[in-house]
Design a protein around this ligand. Structure first.
Ligand SMILES: [Mn+2]
Length: 574
């Protein structure tokens, strides 16, 4: 198939990185009969995640010979190609609408410019190597890839190899591409008790820490030492850049861990008649907005139970202060303060998006470990008075899970024949990091988003294994579990809240970080439900706008951010 005629040339075929191409391809995209399908990917940032392209043996065209086959974290620029559905062997057909099928390899490369950033120069590829002298195309950039018919046999064999436990003859899967994977919906069982060696080892260390010298402010001496004055002083100190002493901070964190690990994966919140419950959405370390919210909604108390619905930390540069305020609330009123884990309560997110960098700067690196344990112990959902389901992301995804490449907003499939019960969520093991292969239920609860059309669809938030759910899906879940409403967070909304699914079984998003990342321009809100006559009424929304804050930008402690310890070290080293 062309290989014999290219033997003489193959020795000279090199990829865009100058490496010899072992098994060069011969193709001509101007011949439509060579193409079996096309895939369009949109790129917003450089680099895209393609590590090398190679030309056809003719020296024309460009196909992917090497790429990152995953996204390392949400929004990873180097996962864009993979997330967008590009795969090894795909050939570039159009770039920004221009058909390059018949172009010389380097003319295409100059346009695509998908190189790792050269840190010393602070630039991407700048020297045009092609005769046309092309400059890199502007972002966002749409690239259309063609799949070669000649590669099909290879792919079919790979699809055959991939383990499937369900019947591919099932008519529900008739339209799936051959390389789609069907993955079992496993729910790992929760352990009877959980102990953390990390935390056990830490107790002696904390006891040995010195008492603070010259500190003026509240001291933590067990949960009974927390009262309104403690919180007032702690928040006022925090706004002035003063932290709790290291020893006290560790003790509070460990005491909260000891409470959380005893809670269920799905917690039950009882709101007595005449009392209210306030649900707070994403906070993301925006201390000045958080403190303003408390001035409007009040502090948690037996009259006003709070559910903090995840994403307490990351991005905002006061994640440490916000987190310790939550810990203080939990210790003060453990039966009236509840926390749901968000997708940012994970080691991977905290590593990249600022919380761990901030802890290292404000306290010490070792303290990251206790927060990783706290987040693994944090429940995934709460139910208010057997009526309202509260969760950070969304409801259970399809079973089996269908993984296929790319994002397609038009896809809607009826993917769940058997509903997941609240008891199954309650008995699910949460003491782990989110991972769709090990614990799909946890990933659905933390990561999914509602969509307008019925059915499930793939979400673009990660490379694969995350879903959007339509109004029929949320209705079926609530109906099955005798719930009347779902409150979730996880997405910025202009008004701070939004009825994403309306009708008898609403899904409401609540987001409590105004002008998110100092840029979004959104209002924030919290949701208040009151038990009147034995049922929860509302929600009513308390809306609020962004407050002035000191000049520390969002993302300051993120990996690569100006205040991240590694950035600081490299600056000093120069
Ligand atoms: Mn989130």
């Amino acid at each position: 198939m062309g290989r014999s005629i290219s033997v003489g040339m193959s020795a000279s075929i090199r990829d865009s990185e100058g490496q010899k191409v072992k098994d060069p391809k011969t193709f001509d995209l101007t011949d439509a009969s060579q193409i079996s399908a096309t895939h369009t990917a949109e790129f917003k940032k450089r680099p895209f995640g393609v590590l090398a392209y190679a030309p056809s043996t003719s020296g024309k065209g460009a196909y992917i010979v090497n790429m990152n086959e995953k996204s390392r974290y949400p929004g990873d620029p180097q996962g864009q190609a993979w997330t967008g559905g590009a795969r090894k062997g795909y050939v570039i057909k159009t770039v920004g609408g221009t058909d390059v099928s018949n172009w010389e390899f380097w003319d295409i490369m100059d346009l695509v410019d998908d190189k790792i950033l050269d840190n010393s120069a602070g630039k991407f590829q700048t020297d045009a190597k092609g005769a046309m002298g092309n400059k890199p195309a502007d972002l966002p950039l749409t690239i259309e890839y063609a799949q070669l018919k000649a590669d099909e046999a290879e792919r079919a064999a790979a699809a055959e190899e991939s383990k499937t436990y369900v019947d591919r003859e099932d008519p529900r899967y008739a339209d799936l591409p051959p390389d789609a994977k069907l993955v079992e919906y496993k729910i790992p069982p929760a352990p009877a008790t959980y102990t953390s060696k990390t935390v056990e080892d830490m107790r002696g260390y904390v006891a040995s820490l010195p008492e603070p010298v010259g500190y003026v402010g509240p001291r933590y001496a067990g949960p009974a030492s927390i009262n309104k004055d403690f919180i007032d002083q702690m928040l006022s100190n925090a706004r002035q850049g003063k932290l709790l002493p290291m020893k006290d901070a560790y003790r509070m964190a460990i005491d909260v861990f000891d409470i959380l690990k005893q809670e269920k994966t799905l917690g039950r919140v009882q709101v007595p008649e005449g009392k209210k419950v306030t649900v707070v959405g994403d906070l993301h370390g925006q201390l000045y907005d958080f403190s303003h919210m408390l001035s409007l909604a009040g502090y948690p108390s037996p009259d006003n139970t709070f559910v903090f619905n995840g994403d307490f930390v990351d991005r905002g540069p006061w994640s440490v202060e916000v987190m310790f305020a939550l810990l203080a609330f939990k210790l003060w009123h453990p039966q009236n303060v509840f926390m749901n884990r968000g997708n940012h309560e994970s080691e991977l997110a905290n590593h990249f998006y600022g919380f761990f960098g901030e802890i290292q700067v404000k306290y010490e690196k070792k303290m990251c470990d206790v927060f990783a344990e706290i987040f693994r112990a944090t429940p995934l959902a709460h139910v208010l008075n057997n009526e309202v389901f509260v969760v950070h992301g969304g409801i259970p995804g399809p079973d089996p899970r269908i993984w296929w490449k790319g994002i397609d907003n038009q896809v809607g499939f009826d993917g769940r024949a058997i509903q997941i019960s609240l008891a199954e969520i309650e008995n699910c093991n949460r003491f782990m990091e989110p991972n769709p292969a090990e614990n799909p239920l946890m990933v659905d609860l933390l990561w999914s988003d509602p969509k307008g059309k019925d059915g499930y669809g793939p979400s673009g938030r990660m490379s694969e294994g995350i879903y959007l759910f339509g109004p029929d899906v949320s209705k079926n879940f609530m109906q099955y579990n005798n719930l009347k409403m779902t409150i979730r967070s996880h997405e910025v909304k202009a008004q701070g809240y939004r009825y994403d699914h309306e009708g008898q079984y609403p899904v409401i998003t609540i987001f409590s970080a105004p002008n998110y990342v100092d840029k979004a321009g959104n209002k924030a809100a919290v949701a208040v439900l009151t038990n009147t006559g034995g049922t929860l009424q509302g929600p009513e929304f308390i809306q609020f706008a962004a407050q002035p804050h000191p000049d520390v930008p969002s993302g300051a402690y993120s990996a690569g951010g100006p205040l991240h310890p590694d950035t600081q070290r490299s600056t000093v080293a120069r």
